[in-house]
Ligand binder design. Structure first.
Ligand code: M6R
Length: 390
């Protein structure tokens, strides 16, 4: 192989060895890459936390030698991403504002790059991208570097990608190559990295050692909890049969579970081609409730958190209109299975880490619906793994 520059002159380029081993490009015992990647999550979440947290603390220096200096100055975080990575950014906004008390804005890159923005003092520009080659995200980063942001941080899965090379600070996710077009393990490792970043930022903004230790302990529990969810695979496959002949679906969540609902809806539409929309459950009465009837399955994530009682009354609104509910719920949340309400019991998890755990059953649900419908799970129509053009 020879490489030429724009003028056609042969050039030398450094050889970079592919470090991930041949098994990452092999489906192994799994029928699809997507399923294999869903099942890899306990291991890759662990790999993403390794070397970055102790039993009770975040190792700030593991985020980069300049991390401490930079984080103490940050007054605002501007997150930019697309698709699934954007949903990870939306979850992070809840964490950053709650734990660090730092203002955070999140925007899709394709919108951000084409509008004028007001940059607040000491704003950290944070790009999230699995591939590190998404054209809109890179364009937004290049603009930001001219515009006076304090620094650019990338959360990325591909070493040596354009995003990694062009950012000041990088936190690599350790998901390994993701082959399925529908992003799964990239999302949960992005969330793991974002939570660790949030704790490091929060430490400069009044987070107590006790609260940090409590959340770090919850992060350590994630691989085991995701394993518990994976053990529900057969039950979720059974549940998926109810979606096979449906054309539309609604996904509901509240608080940091709203982006989880968005991600669940994106997965379903991407691979099963069923129209899926996600709403914050409190918005139902402002319009989407008009869509609810017995032909509209409504999927909900219901961890046992401060918003669960509010969520339950939203679910009653759905039932009263004949909508069929599929609820992924903590048993302590008190959501009872009855006619028209199917409940999948999930493990009890810490409120902060719940978005990571509650994402996994929605991935499995979409996967099984797509398999039943016979679509091309790993390469859905009209989509590309890396969107390197506008
Ligand atoms: O590589 P990136 O994370 O920048 O990609 C962004 C989106 O194109 C990507 O997440 C897309 O939405 C996935 N197909 C979703 O499953």
């Amino acid at each position: 192989m020879t490489i030429h520059d724009r003028e056609g002159t042969p050039v030398e380029r450094k050889i970079i060895r592919f470090e991930h081993g041949s098994d990452s490009a092999d489906k192994g015992e799994y029928r699809h890459f997507m399923l294999k990647e869903i099942y890899e999550q306990p291991r890759v979440i662990k790999a993403t936390m390794e070397g970055r947290i102790t039993d009770n603390r975040v190792l700030e220096q593991a985020l980069g030698t300049d991390a401490a200096n930079l984080l103490q100055d940050v007054n605002h975080v501007q997150i930019i991403a697309c698709g699934t990575s954007y949903h990870a950014g939306m979850v992070a906004r809840y964490w950053i504002e709650e734990l660090a008390g730092v203002a955070c804005s999140v925007e899709v890159a394709s919108e951000f790059r084409y509008r004028k923005h007001v940059i607040q003092r000491d704003t950290l520009f944070l790009c999230i991208s699995q591939s590190g080659e998404t054209a809109d995200t890179l364009a937004a980063l290049r603009q930001a570097k001219q515009a006076g942001f304090r620094a650019a941080l990338a959360i990325c899965n591909v070493p040596g990608s354009s995003l990694v090379r062009e950012s000041d600070l990088v936190i690599m996710t350790q998901a390994g190559p993701e082959i399925g077009v529908a992003s799964t393990k990239a999302f949960t490792t992005q969330l793991t990295a974002l939570l660790i970043f949030t704790l490091a930022l929060a430490r400069h903004n009044g987070l107590t050692e006790e609260r940090e230790a409590e959340i770090v302990k919850a992060i350590h529990q994630l691989p085991g909890q995701v394993d518990q969810v994976l053990a529900l695979d057969a039950d979720i496959a059974e549940m998926s049969k109810a979606f096979m002949d449906k054309n539309h679906s609604l996904f509901l969540g509240r608080g940091s579970q709203f982006p989880v609902a968005l991600e669940g809806a994106l997965k379903l539409k991407e691979i099963s081609y069923i129209h899926a929309e996600a709403y914050p459950a409190g918005e139902l009465k402002h319009g989407p409730l008009a869509l609810v009837d017995s032909e509209m399955p409504v999927v909900t994530v219901a961890p046992n958190n401060t918003l669960v009682e509010k969520l339950k009354s939203n679910l009653e609104e759905v039932r009263a209109r004949g909508g069929e509910l599929f609820v992924f719920a903590d048993s302590a949340a008190g959501v009872k299975a009855e006619e028209g309400i199917h409940v999948m019991p999930l493990p009890s998890v810490h409120e902060i880490t719940a978005p990571i755990v509650y994402t996994v059953p929605l991935q499995l649900l979409s996967y099984h619906v797509a398999v039943l419908k016979g679509t091309d799970v790993d390469q859905p129509r009209n989509l590309a793994k890396s969107v390197t053009v506008e």
